[in-house]
Design a protein around this ligand. Structure first.
Ligand SMILES: Cc1cc2nc3c(=O)[nH]c(=O)nc-3n(C[C@H](O)[C@H](O)[C@H](O)COP(=O)(O)O)c2cc1C
Length: 204
């Protein structure tokens, strides 16, 4: 990862001043969405724990942020080099194609110095009844041998699909602990309700 001075506008992002005032926490950034790095304080509690997550609509980020704060663990946003479309349906379509073709999208950035971490909290939403393609890229791109991985997964009500098998297949040398999972808001459901509201406005 290259150091960047661009400020993040993402909800979990903190100002440079705030980050420097929180020595136990290292915000690792993958480019423009979360953009600072500082020297790690090796003596700090939470040393050796990293929270890495992928999110589209923010549900998984809420959990990642809480883990980051409460465990004083480092935080890393997993992002594709080429962002997914803003449009939900286009994203669903692209994700389906990538899943079916076994595509591994290029990562925007890798975790610098992953050897420092022995425990990885890995968060993502379920996409198409499995782990999003970028999670396969993430697992394949890092040496996770001997690391303990604690997955945390959000879904829209249809469960975890084969996501846990996918994790194990792409990082066979890692030690996976049972996933924490929870149902969270579905963008599609929100869109449907907003459309109903807009329809009511149009009819009024
Ligand atoms: C491309 C796409 C595919 C999805 N596929 C599923 C699915 O197969 N099963 C499910 O329960 N939810 C599915 N969802 C809903 C998300 O898993 C759920 O809303 C999740 O909490 C979103 O997390 P995020 O806000 O961190 O992006 C899908 C969402 C997207 C955008």
């Amino acid at each position: 990862m290259t150091k960047s001075t661009t400020r993040s506008k993402s909800p979990e992002a903190m100002s440079r001043r705030a980050a420097l005032g929180a020595p136990a926490a290292l915000m690792l950034a993958s480019g423009a969405s979360a953009c600072m790095a500082q020297e790690r304080d090796n003596a700090s509690p939470g040393s050796g724990q990293l929270v890495a997550y992928f999110t589209r609509s923010g549900n998984t980020r809420v959990i990642a942020g809480q883990l980051h704060r409460e465990l004083k663990a480092d935080l890393f946003a997993i992002e594709p080099a080429k962002p997914y479309p803003e449009d939900y349906e286009q994203t669903v379509q692209q994700a389906r194609q990538e899943r079916d073709a076994g595509v591994r999208p290029e990562l925007k950035a890798k975790i610098p110095g992953i050897a420092r971490y022995d425990t990885l909290f890995l968060g993502f939403p379920i996409w198409g009844e499995t782990a999003p393609p970028i999670i396969r890229s993430f697992l394949a791109a890092h040496d996770l041998s001997g690391k303990t991985i604690r997955p945390f997964i959000t879904h829209g009500g249809f469960g975890l699909g084969d996501s846990q098998d996918v994790l194990k297949r792409h990082a066979p040398q890692a030690r996976f602990l049972p996933a924490f999972s929870m149902e969270a808001d579905q963008e599609r459901r929100t869109m449907t309700q907003v459309r109903q509201w807009l329809g009511a406005i149009a009819r009024a």
